[in-house]
Design a protein around this ligand. Structure first.
Ligand SMILES: [Zn+2]
Length: 250
């Protein structure tokens, strides 16, 4: 938790008292139990104690699940555009942990994901959430992640789902060059032979892993209010059985 969030978290008990009429959930990251905060149009989005949202809670649960039996403190991990909760989890579990970003300076190394400055087969785990929205040549970026990953490693590269089919918009004013649809993950399969998908519904409801923002056109909508999120885990050319391959309750 950052210092700013640590100070904010002091308000969590008061938020809980004043919102006791709202549904209660449990944060898997900090173990807070009580109502979550709304974030713009998204209801029950944010944990008032650690500040993490639905997306981070699901990603954290997927990581914990996949790495449940992976007891390798010397494994090499690369985390691009690091989120605080995931960063804390990785650094507590692995000694050879490297953070990276294109612009941020509070990381170990800066680089563009289309040109990762590490030799082939350098890492056991690469983690990079929502970064492929931005690179001009996203296939080059995916090939770079594949290149630096060991053949028995895993790459976790979540993307937001906006629609059924991906739209690539190379206009200068585009906020995101690649507006990913459900078919986006086919691009991973050009490089990675195995892909395992984890969805919100595979984990207990108490963690509130849905975006509650009434997005009726979204292919991951499950009812009038909620849509699922998903986390893709890419396996290299050799699937290492030390990673937990069994899906959670489906
Ligand atoms: Zn929390």
């Amino acid at each position: 938790m950052s210092l700013k969030q640590s100070i904010k978290s002091l308000r969590a008990p008061f938020f809980k008292v004043f919102n006791s009429h709202k549904p209660a959930f449990t944060c898997p990251i900090c173990q807070y139990h009580g109502p979550f905060k709304d974030k713009k149009a998204r209801q029950h989005a944010k944990c008032p104690k650690c500040g993490e949202n639905e997306r981070s809670r699901l990603q954290y649960l997927v990581l914990k699940h996949v790495l449940e039996n992976y007891d390798e403190p010397d494994a090499k991990v690369l985390h691009i555009a690091p989120e605080f909760s995931i960063q804390r989890y990785f650094s507590s579990k692995f000694k050879n942990y490297t953070t990276a970003d294109k612009f941020r300076t509070n990381v170990d190394i800066q680089f563009d994901v289309m040109d990762i400055p590490f030799p082939d087969h350098s890492f056991d785990i690469v983690y990079a959430s929502h970064i492929l929205l931005y690179p001009q040549d996203d296939l080059k970026a995916i090939s770079e992640v594949h290149r630096v990953l060991k053949p028995n490693g895993i790459a976790i590269i979540p993307m937001p789902i906006f629609r059924e089919k991906t739209v690539d918009d190379y206009s200068p004013e585009a906020r995101w060059i690649h507006q990913s649809g459900l078919d986006y993950f086919d691009r991973y399969l050009k490089f990675f032979p195995h892909l395992q998908m984890y969805y919100s519904h595979m984990f207990p409801e108490q963690y509130q892993l849905y975006a509650c923002d009434s997005s009726p056109g979204n292919p991951l909508s499950v009812d009038a209010l909620r849509r699922e999120d998903l986390v893709p885990v890419c396996y290299g050319d050799e699937v290492d059985p030390r990673f937990n391959l069994v899906l959670p309750n489906d």
